[in-house]
Design a binder for this molecule. Structure first.
Ligand SMILES: Cc1ncc(C[n+]2csc(CCOP(=O)(O)OP(=O)(O)O)c2C)c(N)n1
Ligand code: SF4
Ligand SMILES: [Mg+2]
Length: 351
């Protein structure tokens, strides 16, 4: 972790959002990542999305595991709650925090090593349980922090910096998230802010498990010829299924679009995701079709990006468990401990 604080000086004319904050109020400490690391661009996109959505920083809980990617919550939303957990264990800590207080926005930040290697089991269960969260994997195909070993998402046949060819098949986190029931599934590229910011905004507005796999080149260990996670490779093979506009209920829908050339998806909170179709036959609301389309393009070596699947009327873990609408820390003793008679009734009902 870095201990370099940013100076708190604000230019008086900086624009403020509806809750009175400047964009700078969403920043964190000075990043210690390598200059040009894709992860820093993702932090900037998170800052932009939260500022534009008027998210109050103290209503956000950032959770991460271990890795360069998992260090990044220190570099954005400095006034939010944060928990840097153990390697691969962010999802269970996030699930527990969410169950205790459903009123915060849960932002899980992880790496491909953190989520697809040591944390794969945790990744699977947080997706299948439909925890209400934004889960971002900063995917560079290597363990950046421990000096560039192939991670489990590295493509078979891709080349390491030292020239070693990866013999193993990759774990496809997008395919897994789709199969396990995530209700908002997207992929983007750290170098494409225009696509990434609205995808993050859509995920924040979504209720349920929202997963974004962001290809994020590691300039120190995985940005050479023969890598499939380099800036050059992703720019050449980026195959977007759609372009997304995020429209909040208070904005008039003014964008002009060709008839049939877009899909509008209204989410439970009234926000509209306007998807401009780039692949005419792509339907982002059909889970099975999305799975086969993504796999077909990936088999051709393309990096498929955009909002790949969304279930607008999705539920979440609290709905499934019928939990208290009030956060646990706001329940008083009388509610939490209803007394001997209530316990006797409960025991009797279970006999
Ligand atoms: C239990 C445990 N095992 C191994 C490690 C060593 N370790 C630290 S970070 C890391 C991998 C990080 O890779 P990734 O999640 O892809 O993050 P990146 O640095 O690439 O952003 C590993 C194996 C650890 N910290 N804890
Ligand atoms: S080692 Fe790689 S992932 Fe880590 S900060 Fe440097 S460029 Fe980023
Ligand atoms: Mg990594």
């Amino acid at each position: 972790m870095t201990y370099l604080a940013k100076p708190k000086l604000h230019h008086p004319t900086l624009a403020r959002n509806k809750v009175g904050y400047t964009r700078r109020d969403y920043e964190g400490r000075v990043s210690t990542l390598c200059a040009g690391c894709g992860h820093d661009s993702i932090s900037a996109a998170i800052i932009q999305a939260c500022w534009e959505l008027d998210v109050e920083p103290h209503r956000v809980a950032k959770l991460s595991g271990i890795g360069c990617s998992s260090k990044t919550p220190d570099y954005f939303l400095g006034a939010s709650h944060g928990f840097n957990t153990v390697h691969g264990r962010m999802p269970s800590v996030l699930t527990g925090a969410n169950l205790a207080n459903r009123d915060l926005l849960y932002l899980g930040v992880s790496g491909d090593g953190d989520s697809a290697s040591i944390g794969l089991g945790q990744f699977a269960h947080v997706m299948r349980r439909g925890v209400n969260m934004v889960y971002i994997v900063e995917n560079n195909g290597v363990y950046g922090l421990t000096k560039g070993q192939f991670s489990a998402t590295a493509d078979r046949g891709s080349k390491s910096k030292k020239g070693v060819i990866n013999p193993d098949a990759p774990v496809d986190l997008i395919g897994m998230a789709l199969q396990l029931g995530a209700t908002y599934v997207a992929r983007s590229f750290s170098g494409d802010k225009e696509q990434l910011v609205p995808l993050i905004k859509g995920a924040i507005a979504h209720r349920g498990a929202a997963f974004i796999d962001v290809i994020s080149p590691c300039v120190a260990f995985n940005n050479h010829a023969g890598s499939t996670r380099s800036y050059d490779y992703v720019r050449e093979h980026n195959e977007a299924v759609s372009r997304i506009d995020f429209i909040s209920p208070r904005n008039e829908i003014t964008a002009e679009v060709e008839p049939g050339g877009f899909v509008d998806v209204e989410q439970h909170d009234g926000t509209v995701l306007r998807l401009r179709k780039l692949h005419a036959d792509y339907d982002p609301t059909d889970r099975v079709a999305a799975m086969s389309h993504v796999q077909a393009l990936q088999a051709q070596g393309e990096v498929v990006t955009g909002l790949l699947y969304v279930e607008a009327e999705s539920g979440d873990l609290h709905e499934a468990l019928n939990t208290s609408a009030r956060p646990l820390n706001a329940l008083d003793e009388a509610v939490l401990c209803p007394g001997e008679a209530a316990l006797a009734r409960l025991n009797a009902s279970l006999r």
